[in-house]
Design a binder for this molecule. Structure first.
Ligand SMILES: Cc1ncc(COP(=O)(O)O)c(C=O)c1O
Length: 384
């Protein structure tokens, strides 16, 4: 049996009728872009996360870019994040005109070490982007303490944390603005690209809405077939085409109804991995106090990571690494001036972490196969 890192086909088989009916409703509606499905999804997802406004966009990278622009990040502004994130977190900072600066991560959770923010903040720092990586939240109380003291804005990167909460509040409502991705592998994934910006601020809502539509106001709500809607055709600022389309919004509405059940499945799978691997040398994921972990990924650590990966692959089990190279050591970001040794914890995580197969349709039998193979590769006893 070969086990993939991620798979959506089982889900599609189970929900095919619902998904195809939703797509057909869009095609029959006469509205393909920024119609009622986008609006309904924006409201539903914002409400789910406890935010006032949602603005559907075309992907998570642009959700970040537009949020940064709305917060006033301008050429020359510094934006602080972590080097062990997906490239788009950093690409979005550059796209918005900002200069990425990094702080290291916490050894146990692989999340931003907020204790390092103070020292990284300069008079040019405009914003900090805590990344809620792998399915749990950064210590937001600590982030806000420093951000408030230093007059820095806060943008949550929630691309890997749909449904995760801290002290009883869901991410997406833990700062003034938040960006999500609905890339297919995400905990809530579209059948193509998608993203959303959430905010509780009316001004930020209006700004992101206009940035997503070429910098124009009042667009994206009217029917493009109605001539009157076009009379106000004028851009107020330089913007983007960053719209979420109706088909993806309709599919996301279908999938949102299953989100809590999907997260519960992930948590069950994580508990089973935890139990099976208790007496092995693998370092299992650690949940921060106050956090509810949604296990977007089940991330483990082991000094012999590369050997484990290749021997597991020989046994038909593919494991994933997020991320094998920290961003400060990538050629694209050399000019930022960091070097090997700048962020020892992020560099160590890049060498040692890997994730086990994790998706709601992963079966108990498949999980047992993964754990047995791990036991054999480690030469240790797993409890399955
Ligand atoms: C942490 C993080 N931020 C941002 C993104 C960007 O999302 P997208 O791929 O939808 O542009 C991703 C996903 O790839 C991500 O994992």
């Amino acid at each position: 049996m070969s086990i993939k890192v991620w798979d959506y086909l089982e889900e599609y088989r189970a929900r095919r009728d619902e998904i195809l009916a939703a797509v057909d409703r869009v095609f029959q509606s006469g509205r393909l872009i920024l119609g009622p499905h986008v609006r309904q999804f924006e409201e539903a997802f914002a409400a789910y996360c406890g935010a006032r406004h949602g603005i559907g966009v075309d992907n998570g990278t642009n959700a970040l870019t537009l949020s940064l622009r709305a917060l006033g990040v301008a050429p020359g502004s510094e934006v602080i994040t972590v080097p062990n994130t997906a490239v788009p977190t950093v690409a979005a900072i550059v796209n918005a005109g900002g200069i990425p600066r990094f702080v290291d991560i916490d050894r146990e959770t692989y999340l931003m070490d907020a204790g390092q923010l103070e020292a990284a903040t300069t008079e040019r720092t405009a914003c900090v982007v805590p990344v809620h990586l792998f399915g749990q939240c950064v210590d937001m109380a600590a982030v806000h303490r420093i951000a408030t003291r230093r007059g820095v804005r806060v943008l949550e990167d929630c691309a890997q944390s749909h449904g995760a909460s801290q002290d009883g509040r869901r991410c997406g409502s833990l700062a003034e603005i938040a960006a999500f991705s609905f890339y297919p592998t995400k905990t809530l994934g579209a059948y193509g690209d998608g993203g959303i910006v959430l905010t509780g601020d009316d001004g930020l809502d209006a700004r992101v809405r206009r940035l997503r539509f070429y910098g124009m106001e009042g667009f994206g709500t009217g029917d493009p077939g109605v001539r009157e809607a076009k009379l106000a055709y004028s851009a107020l600022e330089h913007g983007y085409n960053a719209r979420l389309d109706e088909v993806q919004a309709a599919i996301l509405l279908v999938k949102m109804a299953h989100l809590d059940a999907d997260i519960a499945r992930r948590q069950t799978i994580a508990t089973r991995y935890d139990d099976a691997l208790t007496h092995t040398s693998i370092v299992r994921p650690r949940t921060r106090p106050g956090n509810t972990h949604v296990y977007h990924l089940y991330v483990c650590r082991h000094p012999e990571r590369d050997r484990i990966l290749s021997e597991m692959a020989e046994r038909g089990v593919l494991l994933n690494v997020s991320y094998p190279r920290p961003i400060h050591l990538m050629p694209a970001y050399e000019a930022l001036g960091y070097r090997e040794g700048s962020f020892p914890e992020a560099e160590r995580a890049a060498r040692e972490i890997f994730s086990l197969p994790m998706y709601p349709s992963l079966t108990e039998a498949e999980q047992e196969t993964v754990c047995r193979a791990l036991g054999a590769v480690l030469g240790e006893t797993v409890a399955v």
